[in-house]
Design a protein around this ligand. Structure first.
Ligand code: GDP
Length: 198
C-alpha cells in the first residue's frame, strides 16, 4: 500500500469523542521512547506528522490520523514514562483501556517494543490484558538498525519464547522495523492493506 494522503483529524482523551466514521482503525502503542512517533512518520512518509502530540509523556492524547481517506491510524500515548506522576498514569491507563474496550472499528493494535530490550513487565502485562480482552494485536520490534542481524534474530526469538512461556502457547504475529533505514515500512503497510481487505 502507498500512503498518498495522511491528515491529522483530532486529539482527545475521551473515546466517545473519537471520529465516528466507520472505517478500519489501527492503534499504535508502546513505552515512551520506543520509536512510535518515528514509526508513524516513516509509515506516512511525513517528517513530523506524529509530533503533533508534543513531547512524549507530556500530552496524553488519542490522536487520529486519516490515511488515504480510507482508514485511521491512531497514535496512543506512550506508557511507562517516568516523568508522568502516578495519578496521571492512572488516568491515561483508564482512557487507554476505555479506548480499546469501546472502539468497535479497531481492527488491530500494534504494540511497539525496542528490539534491544528484554521483555518488560509493563509490555507483558499490557499484551496479556489485550489477549484477555480479545483485542487483536501484532508486535512491532523497533530500531532494528541498532542490532546486527544475528543479534536481532536472537533477541526476537528470545522475546517470543518468553511470551510463549509467560503468556501464551502461541507467539503473536510480529513485524520488524527501523525508522532510520525505512526497514519494514512496506511490510507494515502491506499487512494493514491485507487487513483492510478482510
Ligand atoms: P516515541 O517516544 O515512542 O514517540 O519515540 P520517538 O519516535 O520520539 O523516538 C525516540 C528516540 O529514538 C529518538 O531519539 C529517535 O530518533 C530514536 N529512534 C526512533 N526510531 C528509531 C530507529 O528505528 N532507529 C534508531 N537508530 N533510532 C530511532
Amino acid at each position: 500500500m502507498k500512503v498518498k494522503k495522511a491528515e491529522f483529524i483530532i486529539s482527545n482523551t475521551d473515546v466517545s469523542k473519537c471520529p465516528n466514521e466507520p472505517i478500519p482503525e489501527y492503534a499504535f502503542i508502546g513505552r515512551s521512547n520506543v520509536g512510535k512517533s518515528s514509526l508513524i512518520n516513516m509509515l506516512t512518509s511525513r517528517k513530523s506528522l506524529a509530533k503533533i502530540s508534543g513531547r512524549p509523556g507530556k500530552t496524553q492524547l488519542i490522536n487520529h490520523f486519516k490515511i488515504n481517506d480510507s482508514w485511521f491510524l491512531v497514535d496512543l500515548p506512550g506508557y511507562g514514562y517516568a516523568r508522568v506522576s502516578k495519578s496521571t498514569k492512572k488516568v491515561f491507563q483508564k482512557f487507554i483501556t476505555n479506548y480499546f474496550e469501546k472502539r468497535m472499528q479497531l481492527v488491530s493494535a500494534f504494540v511497539l517494543v525496542d528490539c534491544r530490550h528484554e521483555p518488560q513487565k509493563i509490555d507483558m502485562e499490557f499484551m496479556q490484558w489485550l489477549g484477555e480482552n480479545q483485542i487483536p494485536f501484532s508486535i512491532i520490534f523497533t530500531k532494528a538498525d541498532k542490532l546486527k542481524p544475528n543479534a536481532l534474530e536472537r533477541n526476537i526469538n528470545q522475546y517470543l519464547e518468553t511470551l510463549k512461556q509467560d503468556v501464551w502457547e502461541e507467539a503473536p504475529h510480529y513485524l520488524v522495523t527501523s525508522s532510520s533505514s525505512n526497514y519494514g515500512k512496506e511490510e507494515v503497510l502491506k499487512y494493514i492493506g491485507q487487513l483492510n481487505q478482510m
